[in-house]
Design a protein around this ligand. Sequence first.
Ligand code: AMP
Ligand code: GLY
Length: 421
Amino acid sequence: MKIAILGSGGREHAIAFSISQSKKVKEIYCIPGNAGTNEFCNNVSIDINNFEEILKFLKEKNIDLIIVGPEDPLVNGIVDFLEKFKIKTFGPSKNASQLEGSKIFTKNLCKKYQIPTANFGVFENIKDSKKFLSNSKHPLVIKADNLAAGKGVYICENINDSYLAVEEIFNGKFGEAKNILIEEFLKGEEMSYFIISDGKTIKNFGTAQDHKRVHEGDKGKNTGGMGAYSPSRLINKELENKILEKIIKPTLNGLSKKNTPYKGFLYAGLMIVDNEPYLIEYNVRMGDPECQTILPMLSTDLIDVIQAVINGTLSKTNIEWHKTKSLCVVLCSNGYPDKYKKYIELKNLDKVSLDKNNYLFHAGTKKIDEKVFATGGRVLNFISMSNSFYEARNSIHQNLLKLNWSHGFYRKDIAYKVIDK
Ligand code: AMP
Ligand code: GLY
């Protein structure tokens, strides 16, 4: 088979690597990919939101199937667009992608089906928002409705914070804002929970603890994710049952009733409060860096799973996992998540030791004239599998010392809650 993958991050490198292990896969095209995927795939420089160009390319090359990594093209309707031209596309439809594309859509679904989530209100202008806020207890959370690339969420400690948030959102900091969401602040521990569905059957696709804050001890600004470990320390049978029965199934049944069956990966961002799950947000894709952390543990052929989703035969496909744990540390450019320098060479990549338990997935990298340069805030993902998180993290740290990249930094404390107790 000839497969295309849309996206250029660590998640897409991990997906490309996983399917490259399949005997069924002959060629992989990454649109646009990175220096890591360039080693074993064909990178193709097309904008991920230029659907016409993508279609033209897929037809020209006779691609059998395309896997969509990031949320942007999904929310913009790439699946509906390509399916019109009979291209097999892995990912949810435009309507189903509203689970991520519109926080208010998801909140209303929660309300309709009594899905546990933070109490909320929707406001249409600055005046009404401020009136409500002046009578509300803080802390509370204010969110822009639309996709804001992980931004557009304010945790407000006091009324000054919340007035500022309302003004910034309505004044267009994250694009045109018709509505905002004001939410109760939930105090607990976050967990990433994944499933895959073909619109009828739901199968678990792992759990992970992401580390979103830039500094050790979960301090500092929010990032795309500085590292993760899987499985989550919070998961247990009872909690998993509650997540499926109270959150995932009512959501997917609710969508089916709207004639929008959900096909693809679904990522539930949950807050766990005393072993009770609350939905914070849905993402209509795998997490990054959770995908890199989880996929190396998959023992079933990923292409079989993806084809089963597209063909609607997931009930007949067993998804099996290696009995191990996995940990990922993300190497970032100095300055991230604020300003950082681009096009700094990564010199010692050949010194890193990789084997069947140790992986390196690229994110913001580019190969130019046989040299690899850092081009993004998150640059490389180091993954190690072991029965011990401590051993896994040690292996990764040794590789990071070998790389010795003085232009970057990483959190040395990933998984501290399960290692450094
Ligand atoms: P979101 O983009 O909705 O995932 O929000 C970004 C981050 O803000 C989440 O990962 C949480 O850390 C935090 N957050 C969002 N909503 C809440 C809430 N209702 N209570 C506490 N923290 C929240
Ligand atoms: N790990 C956070 C995300 O993928 O959105």
